[in-house]
Design a protein. Structure first.
Length: 260
C-alpha cells in the first residue's frame, strides 16, 4: 500500500551552467491507489524545505520565519497528495549546498533550470498521467516559475498550467507562452510587492493567459497552516498567516489545476 507515503528520491541532475553534476535531494509524494496519477512539480521558497521532519527545520538559526516556511511546503505537498496528485517537491537549496537563498544566493533563473530538469525526470515515471502535469511555486519558487515561463518557446514538456503564489516579480521578464498561469498575491505583502507583479502582468503580450488573484490583509506566507498573523523577519519585513485568504487560495489552486 502506498497510503500517503513520501518517498525520498535522490537523483543526479546535470547542471546546465556548472562544471559537474550535483546530487539533488528531492521528495516524491505518491497518493493511494493505482496510477497513472496527475503530477505536480512543487517549488519551495527561499527558506528551503524540510524533507525529513523537525531535525531539518533549522534553516537560519533563531529564524522563526524560516522554520514556518520549511514546514509549510511539505504540508502543501501532502494536501495535494491527499487530493490524488503525485507531487515532486524540489529541494534546490540542498542541491546547491546552501541553507537559505533569501539574499539571492540562487537566482530564480537557476530555479527555472531545476524545473526543467525535474520535468524531464518525472516524465520518465510510468505512474504519472502525461496529460496532466502542473507546476506550482511559492515565493522564490514562484519567481522561478516566472523565469521558467519566460524561457519557454512553446508549451514544452506538456505542462497543462502553472501557479505562482506570492512570487517576487522584480526583474522578471515578460513571457510569450500562452500556458495558463494562476498568480496569487497578498495585498499586504511587504516582501513580494504585489504592485510589481501587477505591472508585470500588464506588460505581457495578448496571448499570455494569466489569472491574477489578490487578497486584502494578506502578508507573505498568508497560506501558512500555523503561526501568528504577523511575524517580523527583520529589516522591517513581515510574514503571517491569514486563514481566510489561505483557505480561499487553496480552493483556487485545486479549481485551477482540476480545470486545466
Amino acid at each position: 500500500m502506498k497510503v500517503f507515503t513520501a518517498i525520498l528520491v535522490f537523483l543526479l541532475i546535470a547542471c546546465s551552467n556548472g562544471d559537474s553534476s550535483i546530487e539533488a535531494n528531492h521528495k516524491l509524494y505518491i497518493p493511494d491507489g493505482d496510477g497513472p496519477f496527475p503530477v505536480v512539480i512543487a517549488i519551495p521558497g527561499c527558506s528551503g524545505v524540510s524533507l525529513n521532519g523537525p531535525e531539518t527545520d533549522v534553516g537560519r538559526p533563531e529564524d522563526k520565519g524560516d522554520r514556518l516556511f520549511r514546514r509549510h511546503y511539505p504540508r502543501m505537498a501532502k494536501r495535494l497528495q491527499e487530493n490524488g496528485f503525485m507531487v515532486y517537491l524540489i529541494d534546490y537549496l540542498t542541491a546547491e549546498g546552501v541553507l537559505n537563498t533569501c539574499k539571492g544566493e540562487i537566482h530564480p533563473k537557476r530555479v527555472g533550470e531545476y524545473i526543467n530538469k525535474s520535468l524531464s525526470f518525472i516524465k520518465k515515471n510510468t505512474e504519472i498521467d502525461p496529460t496532466r502535469i502542473y507546476v506550482i511555486g511559492w515565493s522564490h519558487g514562484g519567481s522561478g516559475v516566472l523565469e521558467w515561463l519566460s524561457s519557454l518557446e512553446e508549451d514544452q514538456f506538456g505542462v497543462n498550467s502553472a501557479i505562482a503564489v506570492y512570487p517576487g516579480c522584480s526583474s522578471r521578464e515578460p513571457w510569450k507562452t500562452s500556458l495558463p498561469l494562476l498568480m496569487i498575491l497578498g495585498e499586504a505583502d511587504d516582501i513580494a510587492i504585489p504592485s510589481i507583479c501587477n505591472e508585470l502582468v500588464q506588460s505581457l503580450q495578448n496571448q499570455a493567459n494569466v489569472k491574477l488573484i489578490s487578497y486584502p490583509d494578506a502578508r507573505h506566507g498568508f497560506d501558512f497552516t500555523e503561526g501568528p498573523n504577523v511575524l517580523s523577519v527583520g529589516d522591517g519585513l513581515t510574514v503571517g498567516r491569514n486563514q481566510e485568504a489561505g483557505d480561499k487560495a487553496w480552493e483556487e489552486i485545486l479549481h485551477f489545476i482540476n480545470n486545466y
